[in-house]
Design a protein around this ligand. Structure first.
Ligand SMILES: Cc1cc2nc3c(=O)[nH]c(=O)nc-3n(C[C@H](O)[C@H](O)[C@H](O)COP(=O)(O)OP(=O)(O)OC[C@H]3O[C@@H](n4cnc5c(N)ncnc54)[C@H](O)[C@@H]3O)c2cc1C
Length: 437
């Protein structure tokens, strides 16, 4: 199927907005334009919208995968036929066409590029191959399986050295994703070990955050950074500061200092970058491969192409690659696009307004920081606020109910939602199970 500009015109559909990527940015733009007299087409490689902030809870068994994923066709019910499941392989800005993996081409009048980011491995192949990371549902479920698999192996491992390796869980990166993930894993062990693994002494288990700088969650004020470290330690974890992970082979973490740490599980939460495909997109690239845009979030040479969310590098940036930035970009671009067709006034130049951030530190604890209001805090109030905000942001009543049910089970009955080793095949068995290894 090749939908060309000519074909589209024959059908009288002149104002074609094509949105690449249905994450926070792309989906917000699609919904903002839903009632406008334009034809919106959303393209995504997945058939569902993924609520990434709660992905680590899928990995730690607190939530079922279905709770954080909502099918696009259900969200875009009014215009569900305007969703295309497909992987974008490139764009031709001269012909105004998008290329998809099935060989089809899609014409556009305005293109909104919102393809998000991918895990940054800094070119370290061993880490990319052997570490777990959190980007999609598959990766989250694979991490959960890896954790459960490690406990199973440790539970019947007679060799103390190998047992220690299975029971060492390292998280590279002490930003919000790394800290939330570490606290989630520690909480999971608090419940799971005494109940289901009596053969493992909880003191044998080691969860370590490997942080490249001298503080966790560095964007927070120092009192909250310290609070996060203390909480990790209270839960039984440890933080190694100023360490740089250089390599990993599935068993040994090598630091640039020459030191090593033996661990069968490494979670890589040390940063993101633009997907490789973006190198071939027009526009100048900046920090992390992001595309430089003007204050209308357009690529200066191609004003009919806007860049949103994690991929956008506006003049007042770089901004943190977070959901509020993606959403603000999307709303701004939707208004600009309509204004360019005289369907509304032009918005003022884009300026990001940071609404603040929250990091959850396991059960009943969180830190929050709202610089605009000069307010920050820690404790159960912040945790309740975090819970409420995330519940409100999850799309769809069904997903909210699923989340509530899982949380109810977790928090009231202290039982994890999912303790089934669902994907044993995803566990990297190569090293330990190949004959002769
Ligand atoms: C584990 C994790 C936890 C996070 N926690 C928080 C948090 O607590 N708070 C917060 O504010 N932010 C958080 N973030 C960051 C936040 O999720 C991102 O900043 C936000 O999702 C960016 O939105 P986006 O629309 O630019 O990209 P995304 O939401 O990543 O969406 C990109 C979309 O593009 C699609 N896509 C990618 N490549 C292709 C292709 N070639 N063809 C077709 N489709 C494609 C993807 O399937 C995806 O649907 C977290 C991120 C992660 C990974």
């Amino acid at each position: 199927m090749n939908i060309t500009a000519k074909d589209e015109d024959r059908h009288g559909e002149c104002r074609r907005v094509v949105i690449l990527g249905g994450g926070f940015a792309g989906l917000t733009a699609a919904r903002t334009l839903e009632d406008a007299p334009v034809r919106v087409t959303l393209v995504d490689a997945r058939n569902y919208y993924l609520f990434q902030p709660l992905l680590y809870q899928v990995a730690t068994g607190d939530l079922h995968a279905e709770a954080v994923a909502t099918p696009f066709r259900r969200i875009l019910r009014k215009n569900s036929r305007n969703f295309i499941l497909g992987t974008v392989t490139g764009i031709d800005p001269e012909r105004k066409e998008v290329h998809l993996d099935d060989g089809s081409k899609l014409g556009y009048d305005r293109l909104l590029v919102a393809l998000g980011s991918t895990t940054r491995f800094f070119g370290k192949r061993g880490i990319a191959r052997h570490a777990c990371h959190l980007k999609g549902l598959t990766e989250a479920e694979s991490l959960r399986s890896r954790i459960l698999f490690a406990l199973e192996r440790a539970s019947r491992c007679p060799d103390p050295g190998e047992r220690r390796e299975w029971l060492t869980f390292a998280i590279a990166g002490g930003g919000s994703t790394g800290v939330e993930c570490a606290c989630g894993i520690l909480e999971l062990f608090r419940i799971l070990l005494p109940r289901d693994y009596p053969e493992i002494d909880p003191r044998e288990v080691s969860v370590r955050i490997l942080q490249g700088s001298d503080a966790l969650i560095p964007d927070f004020p120092s009192s909250l950074r310290d609070a996060a470290r203390k909480r990790v330690e209270e839960l039984g974890g440890r933080v190694l500061f100023d360490v740089k992970v250089d390599d990993y082979d599935g068993q040994t973490i090598r630091f640039s200092s020459g030191d090593v740490l033996r661990a069968r599980t490494l979670v890589w939460a040390a940063g993101v970058e633009a997907p490789a495909l973006i190198r071939h997109f027009p526009g100048e690239k900046g920090e992390g491969g992001r595309i430089r845009v003007n204050d209308r979030l357009q690529i200066p040479m191609y004003p009919d192409i806007h860049v949103l969310g994690d991929l956008a590098l506006p003049p007042d940036g770089p901004h943190p690659q977070v959901a509020p930035f993606a959403i603000q970009c999307a709303r701004h671009v939707a208004r600009s696009v309509l204004a360019s067709w005289n369907l509304g006034p032009f918005p003022p130049p884009f300026v990001y307004r940071d609404p603040g951030s929250m990091v959850v530190l396991g059960r009943y604890d969180a830190v929050c920081h709202f610089p605009r209001w000069g307010f920050g805090g820690r404790g159960i109030t912040a945790w309740v606020a975090w819970l409420g905000l995330h519940l409100a942001k999850i799309l769809g009543t069904r997903n909210r109910l699923l989340t509530l049910a899982d949380w109810g089970q977790d928090y009231l009955f202290r039982s994890a939602a999912m303790e089934i080793l669902r994907q044993p095949e995803s566990v990297d068995l190569e090293k330990e199970d190949l004959p002769g290894s």
